[in-house]
Design a protein around this ligand. Sequence first.
Ligand code: ADP
Ligand code: ADP
Length: 229
Amino acid sequence: DRFLEISNLVKAYPNPFGAEVKVVDGFNLTVRQGEFISVIGHSGCGKSTVLTMIAGLNPISDGGIIVDGREISGPAPDRSVVFQAPCLLPWLTAWGNVMLGVKEVYPHATKQQKKDIVAYALSAVGLAESMHKYPREMSGGMQQRVGIARAIALKPKILLLDEPFGRLDSLTRMELQDVILGILDRDQITTMLITHDVDEAVYMSDRVCMMTNGPGAHVGELMEIDFPR
Ligand code: ADP
Ligand code: ADP
C-alpha cells in the first residue's frame, strides 16, 4: 500500500561559487493511504525542501515522487500545503480567502456546491461564526485556521503541514493540533507534518521519522518509531 512513494529524492542548489550542493541526497519514504506521518529533524536538515518538492513547488533534481500511482509534475490541489504563515489576502474575509481556491479548483461546481464546500471547511476549523472577518480582525491562530480551511477545502489526497504552528503560542498550538486531528478523524486525509517539535510529532502522527543530515546525507531507511495514535 504505497499511496505516497518517494524514491531516491535529490535536491541540489548551486552554492555562491557555482558548485552544486546537495541538501537532500537520496531520500526515501513510503506512506500508506490515510496515514499521518511526521518528519522531524534539526533546522536546515532539508525537511522543508522535501515537503515543497512533494507539493510540486520546488523542482526535483533527481529521484521520483508518486502519489496514488501517478508521478507528480508541478503543484496541484491533490497536494495542499499549510505553511507556517497562512499569507491570507488582506482584502478578503475568511470566507473569501477559502472561496478563492475553491473557485480555482472547482470551476464547474455550482454556486451552491462551492458555498457548501467553503462552509464545511470553515466550520471544520471552528470559524463558522467568524467567516466574515478580515485577516486584520483575526488573531494569528484564527488566521492559521483559515489557512487550514483553505487547504482542506481543496479535498487533497495529501495534506502537507510545514511547521504549521511555528508562529503560535503554545495554547493556540495545542488547539490547532486538535483542530487538525478532528478533521483527519472525519476525512482520513493522508498527512505529512514536518516539525522540529518532537512532542508535537509524537502527539499527532501514526509514525515519526527522523531526518538527519551531514556530509553525504544518510541514505537508506529513515529512523522510524511507531506510536499508536
Ligand atoms: P544508512 O545508515 O543506510 O545510510 P540511515 O539509517 O542513517 O541510512 O537513514 C537514512 C535515511 O535518512 C534515508 O532514508 C533518508 O530518507 C533519510 N534522510 C535524512 N536526511 C536526509 C537528507 N538530508 N537527504 C536525504 N535523505 C535523508
Ligand atoms: P529544514 O526545513 O529542515 O529547516 P530546509 O529544507 O529549509 O531545511 O533547508 C535545507 C538546506 O537547504 C539548508 O541548508 C538551506 O540553507 C538550504 N536551502 C534551502 N533553500 C535553498 C535555496 N533556495 N538555495 C540554496 N540553498 C537552499
